[in-house]
Design a protein around this ligand. Sequence first.
Ligand code: IMP
Length: 202
Amino acid sequence: MQELVFATHNKHKAREIEAIVSSEYRIYTLDEVDFQEPVPENENSLEGNASQKAWYIHDRLGKDCFADDTGLEVDCLNGAPGVFSARYAALTHDKEIDEPVSEANIRKLLRQMYQETNRKARFRTIIALILDGKEYTFEGIVEGEILRGKRGSDGFGYDPVFLPTGYTDTFAEMSLKEKNLISHRALAVSKLVTFLKNYRSG
Ligand code: IMP
């Protein structure tokens, strides 16, 4: 059985992938290999961050591994918040206002886009895999637009303002199952899984 470390603390994400490749691969989260130190991600692109995280774990543990990074890229903001999606509002966030980070991020995004009519945006996930000393990259993209206000209460992050192209529900109005059929992360993961399956049988 081939072992792979997923550079995440999110067990749920790891189990989802493992369920699909379980006959050939055993997937470990960072907690499961007792890796507690922070993993650096200070590159200025999703590709750079995913690669940096994967090589960092590979070099520390000497094990095959993969890492992901996701960002929301908005056309009229020249691709922002992009690689800074998680901490978009951090610099301007008024600490006196006790609101979740995702709320502050959405507020900042809507404020920045207030006068914009071009609302086109996409979520992009990059997965970097280090296998037998070589790096492979997988990309998942979902195109859509940023609404002028929030709709729906499921999901996380920018889900309430993201309307995927061809759908009438935002990501936050969809069930997790529906979102997982079309999401950026699901697409990148499915490319990774296909690659892993063929790699072992090829
Ligand atoms: P991560 O690389 O998966 O941690 O994602 C970075 C940031 O992008 C998150 O903190 C969210 O703000 C945003 N993000 C990533 N994926 C999604 C999604 O599926 N829906 C909404 N926001 C997301």
